[in-house]
Design a protein around this ligand. Structure first.
Ligand SMILES: Nc1ncnc2c1ncn2[C@@H]1O[C@H](COP(=O)(O)OP(=O)(O)OP(=O)(O)O)[C@@H](O)[C@H]1O
Length: 231
């Protein structure tokens, strides 16, 4: 279970997240929807320990994430695919995928097994493995960023606006990859943000709104055309 208890975050003297309290049950895919600037990235970065929480705490099962350094959170098998993908251009795609596991000192055997599992979920990565990280299209970069997060994120995946800028065909491939992943790993929890609720389709089990740093459960969990038009 992932829980946020009265989480507030300030950036440059402004309050960006305001007393966020939310509980996400294990094994669910949670959608967090909000306009540009609502605080989605800040929330995921706070979960990853990349931003200091001013007050409140974030707990993942028995661990108090707020008390742990960022690298210690990755050791809890939390994977993060940032909005801006951050694929290392001097490394090959395979090296990019392996990197978070190597940082965690996983054995060569465990990394190989994990890579095979990731390729099962995201087979599009297989023909790209030898390619340079600098030679990827935007859509391919999103797939690699997903794969890299999945390499280490066996318990929790945080995906920041993955569908932004993806052509519809690639968006459908991304959705299929998430579906395969959930079949392979039903216990995996996923948090996925978007500014456009329509882009999430049927992926989330539960949807939350974020608006000016405040979060609330999306009132109508059945996504209607009218509700989708709000974004
Ligand atoms: N480093 C920073 N310093 C000061 N303010 C920041 C910083 N990063 C983000 N902000 C502000 O925090 C607010 C939330 O930004 P955030 O990136 O979390 O929103 P978002 O919902 O992810 O939006 P987007 O869809 O545009 O990525 C915005 O008003 C933004 O200007």
């Amino acid at each position: 279970m992932l829980s946020l208890n009265n989480v507030s975050v300030d950036l440059a003297g402004n309050q960006i997240l305001r007393n966020i309290t939310a509980t996400f049950d294990s094994g669910l895919t949670i959608g967090i929807v909000g306009r540009n600037g609502a605080g989605k990235t800040t929330l995921l970065r706070a979960m990853m320990g990349l931003i200091k929480v001013r007050s409140g705490d974030i707990r993942f099962d028995d661990a108090n994430l707020t008390a742990l350094a960022g690298h210690a959170r990755a050791a809890l098998h939390i994977g993060y695919a940032p909005e801006n993908r951050v694929i290392f251009p001097t490394l090959s795609v395979e090296q990019n995928l392996r990197l978070p596991c190597e940082v965690q000192n996983m054995s060569a055997g465990a990394i190989k097994a994990r890579l095979e599992c990731v390729l099962q979920a995201i087979p599009q990565l297989a023909p790209m493995l030898d390619r340079s990280g600098s030679a990827l299209s935007g859509g391919q970069g999103k797939m690699v960023a997903l794969g890299r997060a999945v390499m280490i994120g066996t318990r929790l995946l945080l995906l920041d606006e993955p569908f932004q800028g993806l052509a519809p065909r690639l968006g459908a491939e991304y959705t299929e990859a998430l579906n395969r992943l959930k079949q392979l790993e039903p216990e995996l929890s996923i948090v996925i943000t978007e500014s456009n609720i329509k882009l999430l389709g049927d992926i989330p089990n539960q949807i939350w709104n974020i608006e000016r740093g405040e979060m609330s459960l999306y009132a109508n969990q059945r996504i209607t055309e009218n509700a989708a038009n709000d974004y």
